[in-house]
Design a protein. Structure first.
Length: 289
């Protein structure tokens, strides 16, 4: 059971990346490859605040929300808004990769290549015995965060005014404008919210993944597998895809070997996409390109 808890904890991290991906995708139609870099920057913000300068956790989280929102706004304005179709299509994929490279380069200049350890946030260290297996308190926090985030955003996407406006803008932007919906403002707010969410997530998961400049690049691939398996545009799918990805990775590590996870995840991704191209719970209104 311990390996199951480990898989769920890792999967929760992948699910949070997938949720952040979908937060941009459902408001703009853009798949933002730079999104995991916000999480990477959040881990370094946690290190600077909690370790280097002994800042209270609440202040660090507040700073993550502000900085993440600002960077999300800047990315949308510089990497998406100048495009002819203001987002969507192949152009946005290229410019978001460019934004990812810029963020990675800035992190390398500031912090270098050495990883930094960060203490647990909100909960102290220690393991619990649940259902016959050992699980860290921080892992339970991350799992709970993934479940609550996916549930809240699922409801908000389907019931809130902003969620309905974003669905209308994605489905038919011209018709949405005729109904008074500012698609550009919806898109900008989506990037801002996703930046805030991802950087705050980085602070919370920092103790598990460590502050490392390579983190974002690793999560780009694994987060993509999670969102593709679970479903593009579906928050419930993001949670499911993340958990499936994490469990598949940890079980293959435990029972097959260290070389197996990537191959197994690749086979899992191809199998799901061949059977259901939108993912297990994908939203038909959302398209990657």
């Amino acid at each position: 059971m311990t390996v199951i808890w480990a898989g769920l904890a890792v999967g929760a991290v992948y699910a949070l990346v997938a949720v952040a991906y979908n937060l941009v995708l459902t408001t703009s139609g853009v798949f933002n490859f730079a999104q995991p870099q916000f999480i990477m920057l959040g881990t370094f913000l946690a290190y600077e605040g909690l370790v280097a300068h002994d800042v209270p956790v609440v202040v660090v989280l507040a700073g993550a929300l502000v900085l993440g929102g600002v960077l999300g706004f800047v990315e949308e304005r510089l990497a998406i808004r100048p495009l002819p179709d203001a987002g969507g299509g192949h152009g946005a994929l290229v410019t978001t990769v460019g934004a990812s490279v810029v963020m990675l380069g800035a992190a390398l200049v500031i912090w270098g290549t050495n990883a930094r350890n960060v203490p647990p946030v909100l909960l102290d260290e220690g393991a619990l015995t649940l259902l016959g297996g050992q699980v860290e308190k921080t892992d339970l926090l991350i799992i709970a965060l993934a479940v609550v985030s996916a549930a809240v955003l699922h409801v908000a996407h389907r019931r809130s005014r902003f969620g309905l406006a974003s669905r209308a803008a994605i489905t038919d932007a011209a018709a949405a404008r005729l109904r008074g919906i500012d698609a550009g403002r919806v898109q900008t707010l989506g990037f801002v919210l996703a930046g805030m969410f991802a950087m705050a997530v980085g602070v919370i998961v920092a103790s598990k993944v460590t502050a490392n400049v390579t983190l974002g690049n690793n999560l780009v691939i694994l987060g993509f597998v999670a969102v593709a398996v679970g479903g593009f545009g579906s928050y419930a799918g993001a949670l499911l895809g993340g958990m499936v990805t994490g469990l598949a990775e940890q079980l293959s590590l435990r029972y097959v070997g260290s070389e197996a996870p990537l191959l197994i995840l690749f086979v899992l991704l191809l199998t799901v996409l061949m059977i259901k191209p939108t993912g297990l719970l994908g939203d038909r209104e959302v398209r990657l390109l």
